[in-house]
Structure formats: C-alpha cells, structure tokens
Design a protein around this ligand. Structure first.
Ligand SMILES: NC(=O)c1ccc[n+]([C@@H]2O[C@H](COP(=O)([O-])OP(=O)(O)OC[C@H]3O[C@@H](n4cnc5c(N)ncnc54)[C@H](O)[C@@H]3O)[C@@H](O)[C@H]2O)c1
Length: 328
C-alpha cells in the first residue's frame, strides 16, 4: 500500500511514517518545515524515518506546502497514494492566538486541498488529525465522541473542529472514507519541542531553573504515548470506516504537579516550582473515553505515563546540545 503522510517531518508524522515503513508499506512524505520550531529537529526526524526503510526508495519525501495545489498535484500524479494520513498543521494552542489567520489557512485551506486531491485521485481512506482541544473548557469527564463540541476556546481548536466538519462534507458529497482522530496530548522521545509542558519542564530542570506552572498545577492532561497514537493511526488507516470520529487518548488524566513529580523521578532531581497565571486558552482538564476506539479499532494504550516520561528523558539525554536548548 502507498500512504501519503502529510507533516512527515513533524513529531507524530515521522513516527507514523516509520511504523508504515516497518511493516512494508510505501510512504510518501510532504512537509514545508514550518519555522514554528527548528528545521534541524525536523531533519533529524526524517533521518529516523529513512533509517526505518526496509528497502531503499520505500520512503519518498517532498518539501512542499499543503496550501500549494500545484505541488500537491505533482505529488499525487507521481505517487498515486492509496491512503492519506493528514497530520500537517499549525499545531499548538497558545501560538494560534498570535497567528489565527495562518492557522485557518493551513488547517482549513490546506485540508481542503488535500480533500480535493483525495477525491480526484480516488483515495481509499483519509485520516484527519484532530485534537482533544475540540472539547473546549469543561470539567465533566471523560470526553466522549458524542459530546457537544461547539465551543472551542482557541483558534487552533476551532480549526480542528472545522476540519472534522469539512471532512464530513467530502465524505457526504463524494463518498470519501474518513476517520477523524482526536489525539490527546501526545508525548514521548522526540516530542514536538515547542509548546509542550513536558519539554518545557525537562529543559528548565536540566538547566537548573525552576519549573513554571500555569495556575495551581491541578490542571489535568490525558498524556498519550507516541507509539500508542501510531497504533491507533495505523488501525484507522487499515479499517476504512465510512465516516467516524475516534478519541485516541490514554484514558487517564495526569495533573501538571504530577508531571513535575514524574520528571523528578526520571531525572533523579528535585525541581523548584513557580506558579504563573493560567492563560484562558488552557482548559482545566482533558480525559478521553476510548471505548469507541477499542471497539472499532482494537485500540488499547500500552505505555503508562511514568514509563513514557522515563523514555522521553532517556532519549533527551542522548541528544546533541543544540536540540537540548531549543526554545520550549
Ligand atoms: N502533539 C499533540 O499533542 C497533538 C495533539 C492533538 C492533535 N495533534 C495534531 O497532530 C498533528 C501532528 O502534530 P505534531 O505534534 O506532530 O506537530 P508537528 O508540528 O511536529 O508536526 C506538524 C508538521 O506539519 C508541518 N506543516 C505545517 N504547516 C504545513 C504546511 N502548510 N504544509 C506542509 N507541512 C506543514 C510542520 O512543518 C510540521 O513538521 C497536527 O495536525 C496536530 O494538530 C497533535
């Protein structure tokens, strides 16, 4: 099978490409190396992807922008992908307040371009990367796919919800099979270096600085280990449901204070805690009901949070100096 992975130089995209390669699929990657975080980190991700090829040429990469329809046509014409895992996006909640129009351009217009291509080239299945952020600011847990998602609290969250709705329209009009996967805070070795709390705390602690906690530290996140996410992505890609939405989480909410504790254990040090005002875009809790993903996809997360953090720090220690000092 030939799979197009958009955002292949990113954190989740590179792992996804690697898992497809390891089981023998052909993978086409596209990414524009957006400067949201350092290109060197993305080039490093691609090195890991290339190393996981079973045979030379199994992975082909295009540097390009999903907003560029001509570029997409070139890729589709040359490669004829059978399935699409669409992960390219402007990710991250806080930055979406700084550049909302860019988030809409990439996450909506870029997605529209890919949906058009999928229809024109009769793609068999389209996986859309959505986010737990669509559930908005609420405290009743766990979050289920049938819950109301009409109150996103950031441009990023709104763009992801719009992506789900847009993909429904393409499914309805053209019969394109679509699965929207709502990822819950994905972490693990090579985690997106910017805008993620584990990365921030890890770098602060490594530098001997206090960790900066938003609010009183009771905010909870359902952290999901990267290979659990890729298990879900591959299962959804193979399953070919007509149109479905799935939560991919760990189904366990960890408080920010517990993140610090897990890092203290993994790094064998204690951290000074500094408490800052909580931005309004930071939702109080995320917590996935994953029973639907289990029933439809056999999705069962394997890696518990303490172990995942230990692995993330272990790899971080082996990274070059420039990587360790990337802006978090
Ligand atoms: N990491 C998480 O916790 C998380 C949670 C929920 C949803 N998601 C979604 O999963 C996907 C992957 O996230 P990630 O954490 O790997 O982020 P990432 O930033 O590491 O990966 C996204 C990639 O998309 C690329 N990209 C951005 N704009 C592009 C464009 N116009 N054309 C081509 N490529 C472009 C970037 O260069 C980057 O390499 C995103 O859609 C994100 O919204 C991530």
């Amino acid at each position: 099978m030939t799979v197009l992975v958009t955002g292949a130089a990113g954190f989740i995209g590179s792992y996804t490409a690697r898992e497809f390669l390891k089981r023998g699929d052909r993978v086409i990657g596209i990414d524009n190396f957006h400067e949201y975080y350092d290109r060197r980190a993305k080039e490093l991700h691609l090195e890991y992807v290339r190393a996981d090829q079973i045979e030379e040429g199994q992975f082909r990469f295009y540097e390009g922008d999903i907003r560029d329809r001509e570029k997409l046509e070139e890729v589709f014409e040359a490669e004829k992908p059978e399935r699409i895992v669409h992960l390219a996006a402007m990710a991250g909640v806080p930055h979406s307040l700084k550049e909302p129009a860019l988030y809409m351009d990439v996450n909506i217009d870029g997605t529209t371009n890919l949906a058009d291509m999928a229809v024109a080239y009769e793609v068999e299945n389209f996986i859309f990367a959505s986010s737990s952020s669509v559930y908005g600011s609420r405290t009743d847990v766990p979050f289920s796919e049938t819950d109301d998602v009409d109150s996103p609290v950031s441009p990023y969250a709104a763009s992801k919800r719009m992506g789900e709705v847009l993909m429904y329209t393409y499914h309805y009009l053209y019969g394109l099979p679509v699965s929207c996967l709502r990822f819950f805070t994905v972490y693990g070795p090579l985690q997106r270096p910017y805008g993620m709390v584990i990365q921030r705390f890890m770098k602060q602690m490594e530098a001997g600085e206090p960790v900066t906690i938003y609010g009183d530290g009771t905010m909870g996140r359902d952290f999901t280990y990267i290979t659990d996410i890729t298990d879900g992505i591959l299962a959804a890609t193979d399953a070919n449901y007509p149109y479905e939405i799935f939560n991919l989480g760990n189904s366990y909410s960890v408080t920010v204070l517990d993140v610090v504790k897990a890092l203290e254990q993994a790094m064998n040090m204690s951290a000074e805690r500094v408490f800052l005002e909580k931005p309004s875009t930071e939702v109080p809790v995320t917590y996935a009901d994953i029973s639907k993903a289990y029933r439809y996809l056999g999705y069962e997360p394997q890696v518990d949070f303490t172990e995942g953090v230990r692995r993330q720090y272990e790899m971080f220690q082996e990274m070059p100096e420039w990587y360790k000092t990337l802006k978090a």
